[in-house]
Design a protein. Structure first.
Length: 913
């Protein structure tokens, strides 16, 4: 028994143990554990250093980072892109040195299969684009465009989606370069949302029927969401293309104004004083001069590649028609998908946000294509082709449910009062149903004209009603909406020039114009619209001219608006002034009447628009004075204050004085006495007020000043001089020059002189304090007007003598360090009698002898001994004759005694003899 038991136990050791179902196999006693733990090793820096090239935080230079872009690992490539962004942000100068390599490596990963790598590439491109100018990237842009095109047409959906992000960056930073490759990119846009049918039965069909919308169930976005993304980019691309085409045509002088058959030109303001001194060149002819600018349609071929490399894009009419034939049917399909077909009620149906966005982009693209077609359609052939091929489809699909509204799904129980669903412009996710309706209206009215009015009257009336209701609704419109609205209104007035309908539209626009608180872009658009209507009416012949009552009311209100606006909005005030000037130049009665009534407020010297606006606007307002129906005394008084207060520049003040001279009876124009716009008395009063430079109130206030530093007093004269600031003195002096000219051209000089001296005797004689600029200007005008026919009154002579003593004392007592008064001295010393007769020399000589004998002035005479000697020499030269008179002998004797023989006098002076 024992042997058998031992044998059985030995056999059990080698038998396989059978486990029950669900039981794990027990571990052996001698089993080796194979478990292990790992930890990541992070290297923030490397020991390697390169002194030749800058490195980032990881000690990697530009070459290292660019080489890692070819690594098979997506994480390494992403890290390289992030490191490249970090390096270039620290050392921006590397961009210029390695631009070619950077662009070639970054654009190559547009089609990388890893989404994180593509995201890093897009972020790097967004960082680089603002730092690289278009001139720098232009040689490498064909490579960038090729990689972009490859990404847009890639089979992977994620790469296609990221390619649109790249396109956004390039459109924002380089619109001219990206639109230069329009032929390829436009085809890519079509392939993103559609595919071409290749079945044999469709071979003979035209290209408009060979493309159908594609549906990809594997895409993470719905088909409608994906098409919306593509259509948004296509709209931006066409907008950049249209803007670039407009700028090109304007720069070459090819922009035509189809609405206005008359040519327009820019005004040239000529300063005759500068022109006489050869300081202003006037180019009479547009293509004249040393560098003629000849308008030509000639184009240099594209610099990159040969003749075959020219990318005409949509600049060719045939290419534009071909693209329209492909894209319009696809856009109509997108529209049909967005608009639910079960809607039967034509008006008032709400549409959800996402379909409404698709509809908006569809209309934007069609509108831009229409804009491009108008730029090329010089003979209106393309317009008739568009109407023939697409008007029926547009009426069926677009106008059947016009106007469209937004379906609001509100979670709040309360509803905001006074809010119409039709005109509430909900701008969530770029939703603007009003703009959608206006864009559709703009597209449709562009297909209509006066000859087809009877056929299109049904849907044109729908659009007219919608436009009128929108204008009269009183809702707040932004500039984009209003631009569309006014464009549709203008087109409606062109295709249907009915007085009643036109007046209704103008009245509706005027209702919107009368609203308060309109923003500047909106107010500007309304002003341009009314100005365009007015100019169009003026260009018509008198036989067919129609004066709109609403337009006349608008024109009549412009001067009052300008007076209220003032400097609160200088840009808007400038636009108002331009329109007022245009209408005044064309003698619009309503405007001139309103301008006359508001002139006192506009030309107020304290707060009027003429003194608070910039210089360009001031010049236009000064020119408006020429068109005023009448110039009463109170208006002339305010104009005089504007001239002398310094709020107008001296050149503008001189222009104003010249304009008033042209409106006076002394201008030489032949008018009857009743046609003069201002009396001679008022005109002379204006000139004298401007000559004095101070108002009556200011002169009265000066009489109370005593013992102040600005008042100079001498025992030689009862007249005290008030020293004005240098700027005020110079301005007064320049304005007086214009007054001198106006007085000199008056024919009767003796009568002119009598009027002037009577005004001086009435308003200045008897004053004890006179401003130095006033005294100098009075002497200046007396010197210029005085001749042998003029007789100075006895009341004026003592006043002039007193002023002469005071001015002479002022000139002699000026300190050398006072630079401000030295310029005054030079200007006052320039005063002289132009026509000195021999009979006047004894008076001048005796006056100078008395000054030499006066003890208080002798010190100043010694200081200016050289000047006194020169004066005496000039008198001796002017006095002809062999016999020397006694007054000249006495003058020489006094000079030798008091100046040359003075012990403290300058030794360099010799005697006169």
């Amino acid at each position: 028994m024992s042997r058998m038991t031992k044998k059985r136990k030995r056999q059990d050791d080698f038998q396989k143990v059978k486990l029950k179902v669900g039981k794990k196999k027990p571990k052996l006693q001698n089993a080796t554990p194979t478990n292990f733990k790992t930890k990541t090793i992070h290297l923030p820096e490397q020991l390697k250093e390169d002194g030749t090239l800058p490195t980032n935080n990881r000690k990697l230079n530009i070459k290292d980072l660019l080489s890692q872009m070819h690594h098979y690992n997506a994480g390494v490539k992403q890290s390289a892109l992030l490191g490249l962004k970090d390096l270039l942000s620290q050392y921006p100068f590397i961009i210029d040195a390695h631009l070619s390599n950077i662009l070639s490596e970054v654009t190559a990963v547009f089609t990388d299969k890893d989404a994180n790598v593509r995201l890093a590439a897009v972020q790097l491109l967004q960082f680089l684009a603002p730092k690289i100018r278009a001139e720098q990237i232009s040689p490498f842009f064909p490579l960038v465009s090729a990689h972009l095109s490859s990404a847009m047409t890639h089979i992977t959906e994620g790469i296609q989606e990221d390619s649109l992000k790249v396109l956004d960056i390039l459109l924002e930073q380089y619109p001219a370069l990206i639109t230069g490759r329009s032929s390829i990119l436009l085809k890519n846009f079509v392939e993103l949302i559609s595919h071409q049918q290749l079945s044999k039965g469709l071979i003979n069909r035209d290209r408009s029927q060979s493309w159908i919308l594609s549906v990809n169930p594997n895409r993470r976005l719905t088909s409608q969401q994906w098409r919306l993304k593509v259509l948004v980019r296509l709209s931006k691309f066409l907008q950049a293309l249209a803007d670039g085409s407009s700028r090109l045509r304007e720069s070459e002088g090819l922009q035509e104004q189809k609405e206005n058959p008359h040519a327009t030109s820019n005004s040239i303001f000529i300063n005759w004083k500068e022109h006489a001194n050869d300081q202003q060149h006037i180019q009479v002819y547009e293509n004249g001069g040393s560098q003629p600018n000849v308008s030509s349609q000639f184009r240099l071929r594209y610099l990159v590649g040969g003749l075959s490399g020219v990318d005409e894009g949509l600049s060719s009419t045939e290419n534009l028609k071909g693209f329209i034939e492909i894209i319009i049917p696809l856009l109509i399909e997108c529209w049909v998908e967005a608009v639910p077909p079960q809607l039967a009620t034509p008006v008032g149906n709400g549409i959800e946000r996402e379909p409404l966005q698709v509809m908006q982009q569809v209309l934007n693209i069609i509108s831009l294509l229409w804009k491009l077609s108008k730029q090329q359609d010089e003979t209106h052939k393309l317009e008739s082709w568009l109407r023939k091929n697409y008007l029926i489809d547009f009426k069926h699909h677009f106008m059947s449910r016009f106007p469209y509204v937004l379906k609001e799904i509100t979670k709040h129980k309360r509803k905001e009062p006074n809010k119409s669903i039709k005109h509430c412009t909900v701008l969530s996710n770029n939703i603007d149903h009003l703009l959608l309706n206006l864009t559709l209206s703009d597209i449709m009215v562009s297909l209509a004209n006066a000859s087809t009015l009877q056929k299109d009257c049904s849907w044109i009336e729908m659009i007219r009603k919608f436009v009128t209701e929108t204008l009269e609704d009183g809702s707040r419109l932004n500039s984009k909406q209003l631009n569309r609205l006014l464009g549709v209104s203008w087109r409606l007035m062109q295709i249907q020039p009915n007085r009643e309908d036109t007046e209704t539209l103008i009245k509706a626009v005027y209702t919107l114009y009368q609203q308060r608180g309109l923003i500047l872009p909106v107010r500007t658009l309304l002003l341009k619209f009314f100005s365009k209507i007015y100019q169009t009416e003026e260009l018509r012949s008198c036989r067919f001219r129609y004066r709109s009552k609403v337009l006349s009311r608008w024109l009549a209100g412009l001067p009052l608006q300008l007076a209220h606006l003032g400097s609160r909005n200088p840009e808007l005030s400038t636009q108002l002034i331009d329109i007022i000037h245009t209408a005044a130049a064309r003698a619009n009665k309503e405007l001139l009447k309103s301008l006359q009534a508001t002139a006192l407020r506009i030309y107020d010297p304290q707060e009027g628009a003429v003194v608070v606006l910039p210089a360009d606007s001031q010049q236009r307002l000064v020119q408006l004075v020429y068109f005023l129906p009448s110039l009463p005394a109170d208006l002339l008084s305010r104009l005089s204050r504007c001239c002398i207060m310094g709020r107008l520049s001296s050149s503008l003040a001189a222009m104003l004085i010249g304009i008033l001279h042209m409106r006076s009876s002394f201008s030489g124009w032949k008018y009857s006495a009743k046609d003069w716009l201002m009396s001679d008395v008022d005109y002379f009063s204006f000139l004298f007020s401007t000559l004095t430079g101070f108002s009556k109130e200011e002169l009265t206030w000066l009489q109370s000043l005593r013992g102040v530093p600005h008042v100079i007093q001498t025992q030689l004269s009862p007249v005290l001089l008030y020293l004005t600031d240098l700027d005020q003195f110079l301005h007064h002096w320049d304005v007086t020059e214009a007054v001198f000219h106006s007085l000199l051209v008056i024919p009767a000089r003796s009568q002119n002189f009598d009027i002037l001296q009577s005004a001086i005797s009435k308003h200045l004689v008897g004053l004890t304090v006179i401003p130095d600029s006033t005294a100098g200007c009075v002497f200046g005008v007396i010197c210029k007007l005085l001749d042998h026919t003029c007789v100075v009154s006895e009341t004026l002579l003592p006043f002039l003598a007193s002023c002469c003593y005071s001015l002479l004392y002022f000139l002699l007592t000026i300190e050398k360090g006072e630079a401000e008064h030295l310029r005054k001295r030079l200007m006052l010393q320039s005063l002289r009698v132009n026509r000195v007769g021999p009979e006047e020399l004894p008076v001048v000589g005796q006056l100078l002898r008395l000054l030499l004998q006066h003890a208080p002035l002798r010190t100043h005479m010694l200081t200016n001994a050289i000047l006194v000697q020169q004066i005496i020499k000039n008198i001796t030269t002017l006095k002809s004759g062999s016999v020397q008179e006694q007054w000249l002998t006495d003058l020489h004797y006094c000079f030798n005694v008091y100046i040359t023989g003075h012990p403290q006098g300058p030794s360099a002076l010799a005697t006169v003899y």
